[in-house]
Ligand binder design. Sequence first.
Ligand SMILES: Cc1ncc(COP(=O)(O)O)c(C=O)c1O
Length: 462
Amino acid sequence: MAADDDRPYPADTLGMDSAEMRRLGYAAVDAVIEHLESKNNSPAIASSDADTLLAALGGALPEQPQATDKSLELLMHTALHHQQHGDHPRYFARVPGPSSYAAIIGEWLGVGFNTIAASWPGGAGPSAIELIVINWLCQLMGLPEDYEGVLVSGGSQASLTAIAAVRASRGPGCVYLSDQTHASLGRALRTLGFDERHIRLLPSDAEHRLTEETVATAIAEDSRNGLSPLMVIATAGSTNTGVVDPLQELAALCDTWDLWLHVDGAYGAPAALSPKGAATLAGLDRADSLTLDPHKWLFQPYDVGCLLIKPGLLEPCFAMNPEYLKDVQGADNAVDFRNRGFELTRRSRALKLWLSFRSYGVAKFREAIEYSINLTEIAEDYLRKNPTRWEVVTPAQLGIICFSLRGETAEEHERRARALSESGFACVTTTRLKGRTVLRLCIINPLTTEWDIRETIDRLGA
Ligand SMILES: Cc1ncc(COP(=O)(O)O)c(C=O)c1O
């Protein structure tokens, strides 16, 4: 149907003409591809002080249009330059974000179509994609295909969603986690108003694992004191060391006591795609609920986390169908994703996963993950070749290794990591393990080479 005056509607809501839209769009694509092509020669991390950046990017409120080319340049060269480049081959800090291009395109398309995946009637296509992706992730994790799922902003929100749903279904009770459990889990429990007595933060063993014995002792003690055990939180790939808690044993304990087993695999669970990772993650398929972060080791741009969970808990906890949403309610197999978590208006985080699984094939993901697991073992071998200089503090486990320089202080380790990061060559951080400061590499980018590893270690030790 034509507009009143027979002219077509303009493409842009606020009136930018189509030729300019295309010019800017192509410029953005070119800028991203140039960034990806040259990232090896750019810093792995760049920062600046707040005053400098606020002065460079701020100024008066722009009541009138400013030159868009100048704005793009400010974004690309100032705002986007000054950050951690998690997709850089020598970004080894915290957890890298080695996003892949097909996933970036999936994300852009979703934004371009202003995609919404809140209800089936209002977003049938993207909701179908999300259901398909959730089913694929269940298959990849070895979980039963009737598990439900929801894509969220990240691991923090996935675990928050799981804990809220479990408590809504089973009532309050004690939750068992360890001093190596990611801090977002403790925060989730506090945010949800768990009684401090119910948050049982237990010591990990010498290998930094939450053992079945430790949890069993705590459960027995709580039961004697009249407290009800509710849930065990196991970690499949800890942030500090990559270690996996003994999932089989913890699952058996949960069976005995009829407890819920939530597994935080935000970082490590995707390793299940590779043969070596799958062996390390034995027992993952016994999780009642599982958190994983495709924006970590599944090569997706931020943000996308995922919760996979036994069926029947999410909707009783999160459903809301007020009168103004009655006409956007799905029937039969149609899922209204607003009823599976905390978000109502929600973008589609599934498009990028769907497009990248289809574009590269899962075999490519398996190969990339196995490569990094092997490369971390090569890093361990390299350190062990020089035992008078280096000590391997925790071995290569799911892409993470912790090590230290013999005879050097915590401050010296921190100084070396900082100096290397400031040089831009690589980004490395320290962490603390049982009171001791160590250097840590998290190696999950398939672009990282053996040379990158050797050179990073040599520069840290120089
Ligand atoms: C093991 C683990 N759990 C949870 C999280 C939190 O995930 P997000 O930052 O995506 O919320 C992280 C983040 O690094 C993690 O490594």
